[in-house]
Design a protein around this ligand. Structure first.
Ligand code: ASP
Length: 441
């Protein structure tokens, strides 16, 4: 049995927490490969090491030298090593790192040093080899993850009983350090799990897994004990941010189960995320709805034209306008004479909305166009919905009972989700109503 364990920023925030991490790793011989984030916040108002490093890079660009922010990074790492009573030459390593940061003079390189230093300290604490992600995690010319990394990671870890790999970064073909997007150590963990064909990818964080709903909106929502990759993708894309939404792709290719665990409550069950087939096979009757998630600030461009269904190339002409303005859309619900484009409002700032509407009008001469701004999307997710008759009736009567007007509906063809668009101001009320309907049963 091989487990790859990734520990997030809070788990690595100080010496006491790192000791906790070491105890967790050493508590199970299957926990062989460890991937770490940079130290995160120790308390509300604290600054993550990665944010300090981005600031250090700005200081470097502005003044030509490292300033206050890098000093703060140094003092965080020195106190971590102190707290751990570790014989590790942290001052020397920090000095070498500073010289490298100045020499490389690149934002991703500077940002990556949080994970680099954290992984070196953790490797010293566990007394196991450190594996530099720069040598084994590769990005292609376009900055996308390169699957050639799997073989490199596998070779680097071959024959090692245990090892620590730095999360978040890798390098391109020229050897320059690149990073994943923020929170990307989750992806690194997934890459390592796939590379060594792990049985389980344990993702250790500061919560006991996924909740069926945002706890800032519903008090003490139910915990989700099990879910499928597909449900995870829907929920994390819609804002349930326990795990980076791209981290499922590497493990999905190898059918590896993800286990979300809480470093601070290791006895809690956490959430198991299974490959979809496996999940459906083991869950006799999945519950109707697994979770409810959502996001605010979308714009809906609603287009009406009689006989749209018979007009060849109608959608194509609209897509051409979007392509020309480099705008992506999230959903495209349509009827025989209607079509709605649901777009993240951020992309439409600075006059883009007006420009887009003008060009769509020119391209397809609609009978009517309506714009709904400030729309929130709520995703109701669950494999169980496909099997239970009356789910949408329940959903929409709960929303109606809450007095909320629905602006848009989209149901994925897999019947895995129903997306409901409501005004931003009704977002919380709708989430609460939906949650009450399906979870307080
Ligand atoms: N340290 C990086 C960040 O703060 C990556 C990670 O923690 O996953 O985004």
């Amino acid at each position: 049995m091989i487990k790859v364990c990734k520990f997030g920023g809070t788990s690595m925030a100080d010496g006491i927490n790192m000791r906790r991490v070491a105890d967790i790793v050493l508590g199970d011989p299957a926990r062989r490969f460890v991937v770490v984030s940079a130290p995160g916040k120790r308390f509300g108002g604290d600054t993550k090491i990665t944010d300090l490093l981005y600031e250090a890079h700005r200081e470097l660009v502005g003044t030509g030298t490292l300033g206050k922010a890098y000093k703060k990074v140094c003092s965080r790492f020195c106190s971590i090593v102190d707290e751990l009573h570790l014989s590790f030459e942290i001052e020397k390593v920090l000095e070498e790192t500073a010289a490298e940061i100045v020499r490389e003079n690149s934002e991703p390189f500077t940002a990556s040093r949080g994970e680099y230093l954290a992984a070196r300290v953790m490797a010293a604490l566990l007394n196991v080899p450190f594996v530099d992600a720069r040598d084994v995690v590769k990005f292609d010319g376009g900055g996308r993850f390169d699957p050639a990394s799997y073989a490199l990671v596998r070779d680097a870890l071959k024959g090692k009983k245990r090892a620590v790999v730095a999360g978040f970064y890798g390098s391109d073909a020229a050897g320059r350090v690149r990073t994943f997007s923020r929170g990307g150590s989750d992806i690194s963990g997934s890459v390592v799990a796939r590379a060594v064909s792990a049985d389980v990818y344990e993702n250790w964080t500061d919560v006991s897994g996924f909740l069926a709903c945002d706890p800032r909106i519903v008090q003490s929502p139910a915990a989700i004990r099990e879910l499928s990759y597909k449900e995870l993708r829907e929920l994390s894309y819609m804002g349930a941010n326990v795990l980076h939404s791209e981290s499922i792709f590497p493990v999905r290719e190898a059918d590896i189960t993800i286990h979300i665990k809480n470093t601070f409550r290791p006895e809690d069950e956490g959430t198991l995320i299974f490959p979809t087939e496996k999940y459906l096979a083991r869950t006799e009757r999945p519950r109707t709805v697994t979770g409810v998630a959502g996001k605010k600030n979308f714009t809906v461009i609603h287009i009406e034209k009689s006989l749209m269904n018979a007009e060849i190339g109608f959608t194509y002409k609209i897509m051409e306008v979007l392509l020309r303005h480099k705008i992506s859309f999230e959903h495209l619900p349509s009827g025989i004479d209607t079509m709605s484009l649901v777009i993240d409002s951020e992309q439409l700032a600075g006059g883009m909305l007006e420009l887009l509407c003008d060009d769509i009008a020119k391209a397809v001469s609609p009978d009517m166009m309506h714009i709904f701004k400030d729309v929130a999307l709520i995703a109701v997710v669950g494999h169980g919905m496909a099997k239970s008759v009356g789910t949408s009736a329940r959903l929409f009567s709960a929303i109606a009972k809450a007095g909320v007007n629905v602006r848009m509906i989209d149901q994925g063809s897999s019947e895995l989700n129903i997306i409901v668009g409501v005004d931003n101001c009704n977002y919380e009320r709708t989430v609460r109503a939906v949650y009450e309907e399906f979870f307080r049963e």
